[in-house]
Ligand binder design. Structure first.
Ligand SMILES: NC(=O)c1ccc[n+]([C@@H]2O[C@H](COP(=O)([O-])OP(=O)(O)OC[C@H]3O[C@@H](n4cnc5c(N)ncnc54)[C@H](O)[C@@H]3O)[C@@H](O)[C@H]2O)c1
Length: 439
């Protein structure tokens, strides 16, 4: 540790295991992408850890290293993937099914993808209603299942010789579910696992197994999962970082770009109607009202927090906000998201903005998963525990300390992320004040 550094960061030596519940569209797009990049077949477009630079010092200093040269991150060659799914398809078959990537690319990475065979999942149909599969751990209490997952993690680490692991939830969205009594403390949670309490979701069994195994956990879906006192207590006790929820990809990404701009110019909003069609398995799961409700919660909260109607009632009180998702099989993973935004300006004159984003969900999500894995591993090696607010940049519903509102503005999130990296290495934080150039 150099004198100016604020934290000691252990080196990224050895293999980093990436353990993923859910070997679906996002996961297979990530793994195929990493393998293609390793072979020089593609570039890591969309990934900050691979492409972004970070300015250090004054604008006149000319110091802008790549993030990956500034902080010690695991290299792509050191990543080893493993995971669980309720279907037996290996990652090559799952990728072919998901139809995100072209066959010609998949063929070139067929070997590593075929080698990724899902372990038996912990699944509960009550939590994901629209799908069912055979590759599931059948017997035992929820505590027994957690123990089986811990054994899976040990077996995976031994077999692959990993020195560290990260778990990231890329499985289906579970039904909306509020924190219950059993989530209030670790003691209550463990007692409830033994009693097979229906309030414990499968994602929480994975998260518990992960943290008990000393493995940091990230949540890519809007499920409650680690956003409860019991899990945060466990993360703190074991000194492990956690982050979530719900990857910020298509439409919400657009919202967090546009809304801060409207507020910056003090333009009013009377309504924001968002609708989507998508035809992948995620879309099929979101047809169930319970799973959709989880998604709706993270999608709706974004505007309220960015626009701050309590501070600006004249501009943002009572704006109408609706989000719809419709399952439309012909589109597959190529989602289309429309936004109709009714705004008003000087003297209340109305204006409209229309967005038609023809995006690809998993293409947008894959680099986010890669960055989260690498940054969460960095946080772990830097001894940072509990909620990692600096990773809010990647989430629709960022986790925060109790009582603290989340920061949704993507530009503030990016500044927070980069300043955290600067802070780790003892560099000056960049406030963008700039007075020093004019002294
Ligand atoms: N792609 C995006 O842009 C995006 C953005 C935000 C969040 N997400 C979330 O990421 C998750 C993955 O998305 P996807 O498009 O890959 O979905 P997908 O349906 O293709 O893959 C999810 C996989 O999880 C499996 N699964 C379900 N429950 C499981 C369990 N308990 N254990 C293990 N596996 C289980 C399913 O069988 C499926 O193969 C979804 O929850 C989605 O809402 C995706």
């Amino acid at each position: 540790m150099s004198e100016k550094e604020n934290v000691r960061i252990a080196p990224a030596t050895g293999k980093l295991g990436v353990l993923i519940p859910g070997i679906g569209a996002v996961t297979t797009t990530l793994v195929a992408g990493v393998e293609a990049i390793k072979r020089g077949l593609a570039q890591p477009i969309g990934s900050l850890t691979q492409l972004a630079a970070i300015r250090l010092g004054k604008r006149t200093d000319g110091r802008s290293p790549l993030i990956k040269d500034f902080v010690p991150l695991a290299g792509l060659n050191d990543l080893v993937f493993g995971g669980w799914d309720i279907f037996e398809d290996n990652a090559y078959e799952a990728a072919a099914n998901a139809k995100v990537l072209e066959t010609s690319l998949l063929e070139q990475v067929k070997e590593p993808l075929s080698a990724l065979k899902p372990m038996k999942a912990v699944f509960d149909h009550q939590y994901v209603k629209n799908i069912d599969g055979p590759n599931v751990k059948q017997t035992g209490s929820k505590m027994d299942k957690a123990q089986m997952l811990m054994q899976d993690i040990r077996d995976f680490s031994e077999k692959n010789g990993t020195s560290r692991n990260i778990m990231i939830w890329c499985a289906s969205t579970e039904v909306f579910h509020r924190p219950a009594e059993c989530h209030q403390s670790l003691k209550a949670f463990e007692a409830a696992l033994h009693k097979d309490d229906p309030d414990i979701a499968p994602s929480q069994i994975y998260a518990y197994a992960s943290l008990m195994s000393g493995v940091p956990f990230a949540n890519g879906a809007p499920n409650l999962t680690t956003d409860v006192p019991a899990m945060l207590e466990l993360a703190r006790d074991r000194s492990l970082p956690v982050c979530g929820k719900d990857f910020k990809t298509g439409q919400t990404f657009m919202k967090t770009l546009i809304a801060p701009g409207l507020k910056a110019r003090m333009l009013g909003l009377s309504g924001w109607f968002s609708t989507n069609i998508l035809g992948n398995r995620d879309g099929e799961v979101l047809e169930d009202p319970g799973s959709f409700k989880s998604k709706e919660e993270t999608k709706l909260s974004v505007l309220e927090h960015i626009l701050q109607p309590e501070l600006y009632p004249m501009l943002y009180k009572d704006f109408y906000h609706a989000v719809r998702i419709n399952y439309y099989p012909p589109r597959g993973d190529s989602k289309e998201g429309w936004d109709n935004i009714d705004i008003f300006g000087w003297l209340n004159y109305p204006m409209q903005i229309k967005i038609d984003f023809l995006c690809r969900d998993s293409i947008l999500a894959a680099p986010i998963v890669l960055d989260l894995v690498l940054f969460l591993d960095l946080a772990q090696r830097a001894g940072m525990r509990g909620i990692q607010e600096w990773l809010s940049f990647y989430f629709k519903g960022p986790m925060t300390a109790p009582g603290l509102y989340p920061e949704h503005d993507i530009f503030i999130q990016l500044m927070k992320l980069k300043n955290t990296l600067r802070w780790m290495r003892g560099e000056d934080l960049i406030t963008h004040l700039g007075m020093e150039y004019y002294d």
